[in-house]
Design a protein around this ligand. Structure first.
Ligand SMILES: O=C(O)CCC(=O)C(=O)O
Ligand SMILES: [Fe+2]
Length: 379
């Protein structure tokens, strides 16, 4: 009989070394039941190649198996599961909802959402996503791991050149200097936020044009999180000399201390999960997106200092990175910024995806007293 590893092709799913496997991710391989109707379960806790455990079990119910798994994987009970239960999924991202789907390779994401495993720096994964809502065509994509902490991936040819130009043309008349509104942040934080970004911005919606609609569909398929959790797209334009200081895309509770609505959401575990940046233009010099604090490295004292792994703007290229760990907690290593453009003009589209919808209870019922959220301004 083939080994469990061979049967389930776990090599595509296990981290090469345990050192930087992120919290809240587990890999499973379940054999079909034998004559006594028991199945063999192999669990690689943490996605670590050397943390394997094996047991026999008669699987009777999905909830029973999930309880078993919570124990075996030593998952910590999370309050957040009330709103977004941990995810048990097959390798194509389909959640397991029946006992009969409990077989073969399965993945656990304690934060309740799919998070692409990095495996190792430079790892290349092939996948297919629908090209658009309206066609049956599939687009072949290659996900290349840039860093394991944060989990960041580069994708080439996520959209084509003519569509990049059309998206720029749509955004151009709407561009305005990017504003930073920080009235709710503590004083010292406000000072930090001055001069954070000097680029111009425009907001676009996926309904503004077919290219944007296609990109929305592709992004949702790529990150395996429904489109309803995407926010409107932000286009940024950087002229020579313009930059975006290092920051995180997830919300820091302290920036929302006077906005009970958002604070409450954060307490429920609602936050930004994943960011996809689309590079719409080639830039002759400068303008790379950089990660100064990978692998928990101390933040540079100068948030404008462009250092660490980086991604050069290139028309058609996309950068995908996670602000949250697979267990749903924010990752400070996801800090990033945009180096000053030195020559050329950089255009990007930022697509942010939340991990969950607003908890019902926190949705304001009345318009009065409902303040405009400052969220976008702080990102
Ligand atoms: O333009 C970039 O490369 C990064 C932009 C960014 O970090 C943001 O919009 O949040
Ligand atoms: Fe950002």
């Amino acid at each position: 009989r083939p080994s469990a590893a061979a049967r389930c092709a776990v090599d595509l799913w296990l981290y090469e070394s345990a050192e930087w496997a992120p919290p809240g991710y587990h890999v499973l391989c379940i054999s079909d039941p034998d004559s006594s109707s028991s199945s063999t379960v192999n669990l690689w806790r943490g996605g670590h190649p050397d943390e394997k455990s094996t047991w026999q079990t008669k699987i009777k119910s999905l909830s029973g198996f999930r309880k078993q798994l919570e124990k075996r994987a030593k998952m910590e009970q999370q309050e957040m599961w009330e709103f977004l239960p941990w995810l048990l999924s097959d390798a194509s991202g389909v959640p397991v909802t029946t006992v009969s789907a409990l077989r073969g390779l399965l993945l656990v994401f304690e934060g309740g959402r799919w998070v692409w495993p990095g495996i190792r720096e430079g790892f290349v994964r092939q996948l297919q996503v629908p090209s658009s809502d309206t066609s049956q065509e599939l687009l072949n994509l290659t996900l290349k791991t840039l860093t394991l902490d944060p989990l960041a991936f580069i994708i080439e040819d996520f959209f084509d050149k003519p569509s990049a130009q059309r998206m720029i043309d749509l955004a151009e008349p709407k561009l305005k200097p990017a504003e930073i509104l920080t009235e709710d942040a503590p004083q010292e934080r406000k000072e930090e936020l001055v001069d954070v970004r000097t680029c111009w911005e425009a907001w676009l919606s996926p309904s503004d044009g077919p290219d944007l609609g296609d990109v929305a569909v592709r992004t949702a398929a790529l990150v395996r999180v429904p489109r309803e959790l995407q926010e409107p797209f932000r286009v940024l334009r950087y002229l020579p000399g313009q930059h975006f200081a290092a920051h995180t895309d997830y919300y820091e509770p302290e920036d929302f201390q006077n906005q009970p609505e958002v604070s409450n959401e954060l307490q429920h575990g609602r936050n930004w999960l994943v960011t996809v940046y689309l590079y719409l233009s080639n830039v002759a010099k400068g303008g790379a997106t950089y990660f100064p604090s990978t692998y928990g490295r101390e933040l540079p004292s100068d948030v404008l200092k462009c250092e660490g792994p980086s991604v050069k703007p290139r028309r058609g290229r996309a950068l995908l990175f996670y602000s949250l760990h697979p267990n749903g907690t924010p990752n400070l290593s996801s800090m990033h910024g945009a180096c000053k453009v030195e020559k050329g003009v950089k255009y990007t589209i930022n697509i942010w995806t939340f991990n969950q919808l607003k908890p019902e209870a926190t949705t304001p019922k009345k318009g009065k007293g409902h303040r405009k959220r400052k969220s976008e301004e702080l990102r």
